[in-house]
Design a protein around this ligand. Sequence first.
Ligand SMILES: [Zn+2]
Length: 98
Amino acid sequence: MLTPVATRIKGAIMAVPDALTHLLCSIREPIVCAKCADEVASGAAGAVSMRDYGRLEAGFTERGLQVWCRRHDLNVVHVDFDGATPEADFRCLERRVN
Ligand SMILES: [Zn+2]
């Protein structure tokens, strides 16, 4: 049975079926570039949040999934899928205006 979960999408309260709640933001630990984090923490980046300062890009590779810092042009993390093909859901939830 699908139980709608009330959530806010772009300012509007929406009912999201339980089977789709994994499409809502559920990040517990953000991935950050260590050099960017040092620059934000030390104030060298100015008065900016890590979220605004980070310039990450992510993509699939032969090995798995890589996160790359565009600001420092270096690897942040490279996840090894070890040959597996994990399930990935590329759908997104957007508020529909009628
Ligand atoms: Zn960086």
